[in-house]
Design a binder for this molecule. Sequence first.
Ligand code: FE
Length: 149
Amino acid sequence: MENSTTKNNPYFSRTDRTPLKVSNDEWKKILDPDLYAVAREAATERPFTGKYNDFTGLGEYYCAVCGNHLFRSDAKFSSTCGWPSFFEADKQGVVYKRDNSHGMERIEVLCKRCESHLGHVFNDGPPPTGVRFCMNSISLDFVPDADKK
Ligand code: FE
């Protein structure tokens, strides 16, 4: 799924996993304001509004900022929390950071390649992992299996 971000974004690649060092000043010129707010300023989209919340397509989820592979649709489950949820992430795709903002102790999930904010991970997910990656739809870029060459 091409979005406006992938078009004018020289850093976007679904195959290159080399870490990016790009300043927020630079990202601000490239990303749509809504994506910039979530990805670079850790804003959260409103629940039940994201394009992938109720979505069940088969395929792969990539970082909307840089194209790094994050999730496979097999790991998505219907959660009632209002954001797209996964029980497992691509280990090469994400990194974790302690987040004590908003008076909560949470674990922030970031893209391993571009260090953009994706969402948080919680310990109330389904088997087999028991974890729930609670993601912002806007941070994800879905490519259906049908489009695989
Ligand atoms: Fe990324």
